[in-house]
Design a protein around this ligand. Structure first.
Ligand code: KG4
Ligand code: ZN
Length: 379
C-alpha cells in the first residue's frame, strides 16, 4: 500500500511516499527559512504564499523520486493541525483535490502524531521490528513540548494520553526567542547548538523550573491524573536579565548591524562577532534546557514504568540533547529512540507513516474536513 503524505503546517512544504508504513520511498522538504529569517520568526501570511508556490513541484518531486505515478498511490494523507491555519489549508486543499481527481481515499493526520510515527517508521525500516510499548514520547518542537503515553490495541488502534506539557513557551520557541534576543539567526536551535560548543555550559547559573510531578483533576467525578509539566519562560527571562545586568545591548546591536546584509549567515560568520561572555551565555542556556527536558522526561518514564522512550520534533535534532538523553537513559536502563536528524524537523514521511494504520482501519476523512489550528492529540 502506497501513501503519499503532505505536510504544510508551518514553514516547510513537504511530500513523501511511504510503502506499508515502513518503507520510505521519497522524502522531499522545501524549507522557507530564508524567507522568514529577516523577521526572526515565521510570518504566517508569507508562509501561506510560499506553500502555494512550492506545493505542486514538491509533490511532483516526491512521486518522481519514489518512481511511482500518482495513479499508483493508494491514499493521500495530509496534516490537519495543529499549525498555522493558512498554511495548513494549502496542503489540505491540494490533498483534497488529488483525492477527488483520482478517486482515492484521504486521511487526516495530527502533526504531533506524525512526529511520533517518524520514529516508529525508521525503527521498522531498519530493524523490521516494533518499538516495545507502552512508550513515553516527548514531542519537542517550536510549537510543542508534550509528553504522551503511547500504546496500541490490535494492529491499527493507537492511543496517546497527554501526561505533560509546557505551561508557557515550547522548548524550540525558547531557542528561537533567545537567538532573536542575542541577534543570532532564525531558527534559533541550530545556530545555538553550533555556537554552544565554544562556550562554557556551566559558567552561568540558570534557574531550574520548580514544577514537580503533580495530580490534576480530570473530570467532575474527581478522577485525577499525574502530570509531568515543563516551563521554559524562567530560563528565557534569566537570559534577558543577564543581558541587561551585563550591559550587552550595544554589542548585540553591533552584531545585528554587522550581519544584516548576509542572507543566510553561518556559525563562522557569527563567531568573530561574539565575545566569550556571550558564548558562555549561549552554552549555559542550551545546557539548562537540555537538563530540564532530560530530567523531567526520565522521571516521568520511570514512574509510568514504560518499555521505551521516544524523543521527536525539531529540538530532538540537538546533539547535546541526544547525548544527555542517551547517557541518562542508559543509566536508568530505559531504551530510547530518536528519528534521524532529517526526520526530526517537519517532514511528510511522518504524516504518511501515521496514516498507514488509519488506512488499514479505513478511517478516512470526508471532503468537508477542515484545518484545525489548535488540534489536540489524544486524551
Ligand atoms: O518540528 P519543527 O521542525 O517544527 C515545529 O513543529 O515547530 O521544529 C522547529 C523547532 C524550532 O523552534 C527550532 O529552533 C528547533 O525546532 N530546532 C532546534 C534544533 N533544530 C531545530 N532546537 C535545538 N537544537 C537544534 N539543533
Ligand atoms: Zn513539527
Amino acid at each position: 500500500m502506497l501513501i503519499l503524505g503532505i505536510e504544510s503546517s508551518c514553514d516547510e512544504t513537504a511530500a513523501a511516499v511511504v510503502r506499508d508504513g515502513q518503507q520510505l520511498l521519497s522524502n522531499v522538504v522545501s524549507s522557507q527559512i530564508t524567507t522568514h529569517m529577516p523577521y526572526g520568526g515565521v510570518v504566517p501570511e508569507l508562509a501561506s504564499r510560499e506553500h502555494l508556490r512550492a506545493i505542486v513541484p514538491v509533490v511532483r518531486e516526491a512521486v518522481t523520486c519514489a518512481q511511482v505515478s500518482l495513479e499508483q498511490v493508494d491514499a493521500f494523507a495530509v496534516t490537519q493541525g495543529p499549525g498555522l491555519a493558512g498554511s495548513l489549508l494549502v496542503g489540505i486543499t491540494y490533498a483534497k483535490a488529488l483525492s477527488f481527481a483520482l478517486s482515492k481515499p484521504l486521511i487526516a493526520v495530527n502533526h504531533l502524531e506524525g512526529h511520533i510515527h517518524a520514529v516508529l517508521l525508521e525503527h521498522r525500516q531498519s530493524t523490521n521490528a516494533e518499538i516495545a510499548l507502552p512508550a513515553l514520547a516527548l514531542v519537542v518542537s517550536g510549537g510543542h513540548t508534550h509528553l504522551y503515553l503511547v500504546n496500541r490495541s490490535g494492529t491499527t488502534q493507537w492511543s496517546y494520553q497527554n501526561v505533560g506539557h509546557t505551561l508557557d513557551d515550547a522548548a524550540g520557541e525558547a531557542f528561537d526567542k533567545v537567538a532573536k534576543l542575542l541577534a543570532l539567526s532564525y531558527p534559533g536551535g541550530p545556530i545555538i547548538e553550533a555556537l554552544a560548543k565554544y562556550g562554557n555550559p556551566h559558567s552561568i547559573s540558570m534557574p531550574r523550573s520548580q514544577i514537580k510531578a503533580h495530580e490534576k483533576r480530570r473530570n467532575d467525578v474527581g478522577d485525577s491524573q499525574r502530570r509531568y509539566d515543563f516551563s521554559f519562560s524562567g530560563i528565557k527571562t534569566a537570559v534577558l536579565r543577564f543581558v541587561e545586568t551585563n550591559e550587552m545591548r550595544s554589542s548585540i546591536e553591533t552584531r545585528r548591524h554587522a550581519l544584516a546584509e548576509r542572507s543566510n549567515p553561518q556559525p563562522e560568520d557569527f563567531l568573530p562577532q561574539l565575545d566569550s561572555l556571550t558564548l558562555d551565555l549561549i552554552a549555559s542556556f542550551q545546557e539548562a534546557v537540555v537538563k530540564d527536558l532530560v530530567s523531567k522526561t526520565l522521571r516521568a518514564a520511570e514512574s509510568l514504568e514504560v518499555e521505551s522512550l521516544i524523543v521527536s520534533g525539531g529540538v530532538a535534532s540537538n546533539r547535546r540533547l541526544r547525548s544527555e538523553f542517551l547517557k541518562q537513559a542508559e543509566m536508568e536502563g530505559i531504551k530510547i529512540f530518536f528519528p534521524s536528524r532529517g526526520l526530526s524537523t517537519d517532514n511528510a514521511a511522518m504524516i504518511a507513516a501515521a496514516a498507514y494504520p488509519k488506512l488499514l482501519a479505513r478511517d478516512f476523512a470526508t471532503e468537508y474536513f477542515c484545518a484545525e489550528a489548535s488540534l489536540a492529540l489524544g486524551a
